[in-house]
Structure formats: structure tokens, C-alpha cells
Ligand binder design. Structure first.
Ligand SMILES: [Zn+2]
Length: 445
């Protein structure tokens, strides 16, 4: 769908003077302070983010912080430029466009998906295909902001504990910025995403203990000036709050690509809920500014059910759930999500749907065959969640639903493809035609 001109969407809007954001002090000029998303207590704008979130909430229900901008909050669409990346919304982000480390991220297509939509019970389904980002996942929206901030602050090293999409994305943006990237992982990690991380030139540090991945980063934060993008303390509150701001642009783009309207539902795969939280913040900004008439309800497709349990109990501290099985959806396989994800679900009257392995590969293939969209296994969990909520009559058949496909299916081929599947080999074209005539009878029609 083509983007509509933002001013046409909004009619008469007040003029916003864009911050010139020049110089390295981008944070101070843009981020006035941080506030706790749970208790609302304020922290200074130059706070050193240490991955533990709000100090006051730490003992009871660990919660992430979010940046607060100067009193005059600009309109997301007013001041947006035609630039070919999410930095067209730089006036809504904690870093100026001139400081951006970019690979042309964002501006992913929003695609009508009527065939897979009919299959899951909502013909009015659209897919936001985040697999089109530079490193083939939505994490690029985070990394572009995080690495831009890191470079503007003079950091020489960025680091993360992710050996998946987040690590691959951070490694790419670090390479783009000319910064060193350190990725801590646990011994035995493998797969396309780890290879991708190495190809971008990041230093991979495998550790026997999973917890030591975090300990090493915590030690680096104490001793050196590394910019650490991922969580490195538990219970996890989420990733770096300034990077999360990048995910707001998913909401801006969905509304812009939908002619200025919000969907009834927006469904995402959720691990620690950085994207869920950022998308919700984006929709809330649009609503507060009058750009959309109502807010969508959010759905988290999760694996082990910590969000569903917390929604049911009403508690703010998320329970750690037993990992009863090894999920194929490796990108979201945490036993405990975060308060930031829970809050986005509660505030939007949303739902969390635990999704097991059953039917995951089949749904991936159905999406690819029906719509030409090849998604990572974690990225098809929203389709299963939608199907579940339709059966429960929570989503209505006429609702407009956005499923966010977060990453490409090339990311986890090692989990989605059966290794012993052999293609038939033909000695001659006659042999091939004989087989095609027998097995694909409609070819010659
Ligand atoms: Zn707090």
C-alpha cells in the first residue's frame, strides 16, 4: 500500500519546530527525563541505563523506564520527512536524523493477506512484514536508534547478550557505525543468526553458563564504557529504553499505510516485549495527538504463558513459568516476559496467547504458499494466536487485524526444514515430464 502524505491525513495541524539536534549532546536536548512505566517516578535525562529499570520498583515488580521528551510533544506525522527510512520520524526519536546510523530500515510493507486471513478466520487480515528490514528482522528499528545514541555519546563498543535477531541486527549497525560489537552467547549456540553475527565482524564470546552472558556484560558496564543494548540483569525489565523508541515507528507506519486509521487488533510475537511496548507507545502518541480516533487492542503471542498468567492473576510481577517443552519459536522462548509487555496488554485491553510447537511449521508453510511471505517460526505465532482468539469469539470475523511478522523464514531454516526431505532427481526431461504428468496434472491445462 502506498503511503499517504502525512499532512493530508491530518488536515490542519499546528506547526512544530524540529529540533536541530546538532552536536553530540543529542540526548540532553531531546530526552528531558526518564520515568518508570509502573510507578511514574522520574529519573534525570542523563541517567546511566543499567538494565535494572526503576530502582523503586526493583524489589516488588521490576519495571523498565521510558524517555520523556520536552513539554511540546511534536505530532508523529507533522514534521515527518520523505527520507527512505524510519528516520523520517526522527522528530519523535531520541536522536537527530543527522546523527543516525542507518541502513534504510523501516518503511516495511503492510500487505493484505486475505487467503491466510480466511484460514485463521479473519479475512480482513493485514501483515506488517518486518522481515524486509536490512538484517531481515524488526530488531533493526531498535538497533538503528541504539547504535546512533551509542555513537553520539562517544561509545566505542556496543554489546548484547543475544545470539539471535537482536545480536545480528546490533552487529550490522555497529559495523555500519564503525564501532566494535561484542556478543555474549552460551556455548553450543549455532544457526544462521550466529553466522550472520560473525559475518558482520562482531566478536562472539561463548560462555558455558547462560547467566554468565549477563555477568560479563554487567562487569563491562561497571569497568568500561560499553553501550549495552540487551538486558543483562534479571528479572528482565526489557532492553535499552532509548532503543525501544524505534519500535514506535511500526505503529506510525501501520496507521499511515491504513489511511489514518488504527486496526482493531495488532498481534505480535512477544519475548521481553520491547516491540509490543514500543508499538503501544506509538499508537498512544497518535491517539493523544488526535491522529487516530481509537486505540487498537494488542495481542501477545508467547510461548510459556507468563503474560497470560499475569493477566489472569492481576499481579505486576511476572511469574517464571516452567519450560515444559523446547519451543521451535526460539526468538520468543523465554519462561518469563516483562512488566512492559504486561502493561501494554492491560492498557489496551489485550490478550496473551501461549503458542506451542504444534502446527507451527504447517502455519509457516501455509503463509508462504498462500501469501508469498516466508516468516520465521516465531513470526507465525501471531497467526496461531489469532486463530485461537477467533475460536474463543474474542476476535470477531469482521475485525481488522494486523499481524506483525517480525523476521524472515531464512533465519531458522535449521528448525523449520526436515533434513531428510529429498527431492526426486530425474535422468532425462522425459522422466521429469512423466512424473509431472502423474503428480501435477494441472500443469498442461
Ligand atoms: Zn517504578
Amino acid at each position: 500500500m502506498a503511503s499517504l502524505p502525512f499532512r493530508e491525513l491530518l488536515g490542519d495541524v499546528s506547526e512544530h519546530s524540529p529540533d536541530d539536534g546538532s552536536g553530540p549532546e543529542v540526548d540532553k536536548s531531546r530526552v528531558q527525563k526518564f520515568v518508570c512505566i509502573r510507578c511514574g517516578v522520574s529519573y534525570p535525562g542523563d541517567l546511566a541505563i543499567d538494565s535494572r529499570g526503576c530502582e523503586k520498583c526493583r524489589e516488588t515488580a521490576p519495571a523498565n523506564l521510558r524517555p520523556v521528551y520536552p513539554a511540546h510533544q511534536p505530532h508523529p506525522f507533522d514534521g515527518a520527512t520523505a527520507q527512505g527510512s524510519l528516520w523520517r520520524f526522527a522528530h519523535m526519536l531520541p536522536c537527530a536524523a543527522e546523527e543516525a546510523v542507518t541502513l534504510g530500515e523501516g518503511q516495511t510493507p503492510l500487505l493484505a493477506a486475505p487467503r491466510i486471513g480466511a484460514f485463521v478466520g479473519v479475512p480482513n487480515l493485514v501483515i506488517k512484514d518486518e522481515g524486509r528490514n536490512p538484517t531481515w528482522s524488526h530488531k533493526d528499528r531498535f538497533s538503528t536508534v541504539a547504535v546512533s545514541i551509542a555513537r553520539a555519546r562517544g561509545a566505542k563498543i556496543v554489546a548484547t547478550a543475544s545470539s539471535g535477531n537482536a545480536g545480528a541486527s546490533l552487529a550490522a549497525y555497529a559495523a555500519r557505525a564503525g564501532l566494535k560489537c561484542i556478543v555474549t552467547t552460551f556455548a553450543g549456540s549455532a544457526g544462521a543468526m550466529l553466522s550472520q553475527i560473525r559475518k558482520y565482524g562482531a566478536t562472539v564470546v561463548p560462555l558455558v553458563s547462560k547467566m554468565d552472558r549477563w555477568s560479563l556484560l554487567a562487569q563491562a558496564a561497571d569497568r568500561y564504557d560499553w553501550f549495552i543494548a540487551s538486558p543483562y540483569h534479571g528479572p528482565v525489565v526489557g532492553s535499552h529504553p532509548l532503543g525501544i523508541e524505534g519500535y514506535k515507528t511500526i505503529a506510525y507506519e501501520i496507521v499511515e499505510q491504513s489511511g489514518g486509521t488504527a486496526p482493531d487488533w495488532c498481534v505480535l510475537p512477544v519475548c521481553y516485549g520491547d516491540a509490543l511496548s514500543g508499538v503501544w507507545a506509538g499508537f498512544c502518541e497518535l491517539f493523544a495527538q488526535g491522529a487516530i480516533a481509537r486505540l487498537p487492542r494488542l495481542v501477545a503471542a508467547e510461548v510459556h504463558g507468563s503474560l497470560a498468567a499475569a493477566l489472569a492473576s492481576g499481579a505486576d510481577a511476572l511469574p517464571e513459568r516452567p519450560m515444559a517443552f523446547e519451543s521451535l519459536a526460539v526468538s520468543i522462548g523465554t519462561p518469563r516476559s516483562t512488566f512492559q509487555a504486561l502493561k501494554a496488554l492491560r492498557d489496551s485491553c489485550g490478550h496473551a496467547v501461549p503458542v506451542g510447537n504444534q502446527g507451527l511449521v504447517a502455519m509457516q508453510e501455509q503463509l508462504a504458499r498462500d501469501e508469498g511471505i516466508f516468516a520465521e517460526l516465531a513470526s507465525v505465532t501471531p497467526l496461531i494466536a489469532i486463530s485461537t482468539l477467533r475460536r474463543q469469539r474474542i476476535i470477531a470475523p469482521t475485525d481488522r487485524v494486523v499481524a506483525v511478522v517480525t523476521a524472515s523464514g531464512l533465519k531458522d531454516l535449521d528448525r523449520s526444514v526436515t533434513p531428510d526431505r529429498n527431492d526426486r532427481i530425474f535422468q532425462t526431461t522425459q522422466d521429469a515430464w512423466r512424473w509431472l504428468d502423474a503428480n501435477e496434472p494441472r500443469l498442461a491445462s
